[in-house]
Design a protein around this ligand. Structure first.
Ligand SMILES: NC(=O)c1ccc[n+]([C@@H]2O[C@H](COP(=O)([O-])OP(=O)(O)OC[C@H]3O[C@@H](n4cnc5c(N)ncnc54)[C@H](O)[C@@H]3O)[C@@H](O)[C@H]2O)c1
Length: 298
């Protein structure tokens, strides 16, 4: 089975890495050549880490890398593959355009999956002529490490497509969980309100970045605090998901915190831009937001 992965950012490189490691030939596609080069470097570094831990041999590392071919042209990258996992930027118009193109360029029997965090699979499927073969395959970050694949059935997704994607996820040594297509699915419907509340807690001056993360790590046994997790996910991605929840349910409880909106507008996107709630120029340093944040005077 041949795979194409569209988008080589935070998620796309991990998805390509995982398929390639389990023996699938992967076409990794991005419009940005630099993003493709960065992705191949990241994959190589992450494979080195697996080799150092003893979970992969040098030979397996080379085979994994040789399973990945990079493309900047969508048509050439997808025309001969059996499954496409789209992991481009979280933007509705962009995804609808990509799926319209995929429907045209991919083999009629190919399955079209999206790694979207929150955008409706049913809506994505509606711009194609193959709604039964469109599905959500939502990997978690970092993909080579995290066990879950949230498999999202759109309104038109067939049983056949669902079982194929469930079985395929198991071949990647993942645990698939099937859910229905409503805003945020399950993972982000629960996670994002918690992250947004953590940002509101900071915005209202209840506590600083470090304190908020410490409370959730030490008190709730979360491996990472919500603000650090938001930095890892990408603050732009968090904002996009909150907007989908807010619009999808029409409930003000999902309204993104104005501090998150400001940070994204000023280019502070978290790990990928070098600064979010923390500064990443020398590993994780002290929180960056608290000093800039002015507490309410009363
Ligand atoms: N970041 C996370 O933790 C996370 C977790 C699960 C799911 N997701 C989802 O995965 C998807 C990708 O997120 P990300 O965090 O990897 O984003 P990212 O910003 O790190 O990477 C997106 C990549 O898509 C590329 N791209 C944009 N338009 C394209 C096009 N037309 N064709 C090909 N490539 C294109 C960009 O050049 C960029 O390299 C989003 O739908 C997001 O919601 C993200």
């Amino acid at each position: 089975m041949k795979i194409a992965v569209i988008g080589s950012g935070t998620m796309g490189n991990g998805i390509a890495h995982t398929f390639a490691q389990f023996g699938f030939p992967v076409n990794l596609i991005d419009i940005n050549e630099q993003a493709l080069n960065n992705a191949l470097n990241t994959i190589s570094k992450n494979l080195d880490r697996q080799v150092a831990k003893g979970s992969l041999s040098e030979a397996e590392k080379s085979t994994t890398l040789s399973n990945i071919t990079s493309f900047t042209d969508l048509k050439t990258g997808v025309e001969n593959v059996d499954l496409i996992v789209e992991a481009a930027t979280e933007n509705l118009e962009l995804k609808l355009k990509i799926f319209k193109d995929l429907d045209q360029f991919a083999k009629p029997e190919a399955i079209l999956a999206s790694n979207t965090s929150s955008i409706s699979i049913t809506q994505i499927a509606s711009v194609t002529q193959r709604g039964a073969q469109v599905i959500g395959m939502h990997f978690m970050n970092p993909v080579p490490v995290m066990k879950l694949v949230e498999v999202i059935r759109g309104y038109a997704t067939s049983d056949e497509t669902t079982s194929l994607v469930m079985d395929l996820s198991k071949k990647l040594n993942k645990i698939p969980v099937e859910v229905n297509d409503y805003p945020g699915f399950v993972a982000n419907r629960i996670l994002m309100p918690m992250i947004n509340e953590a940002i509101y807690t900071l915005y209202e001056g209840v506590a600083g970045v470090h304190e908020i993360d410490q409370v959730m790590k030490l008190g709730m046994a979360h491996p990472m605090g919500p603000l650090q997790l938001a930095d890892f996910i990408g603050l732009d991605v968090c904002l996009a998901i909150l907007k989908v929840l807010h619009e999808g349910f029409g409930n003000p409880k999902y309204a993104p915190c104005p501090l998150l909106v400001n940070m994204v507008m000023s280019g502070n996107k978290g790990v990928k831009s070098g600064e979010g709630f923390y500064n990443y120029s020398n590993g994780i340093k002290e929180a960056t937001v608290s000093p800039k944040f002015k507490k309410p005077s009363n």
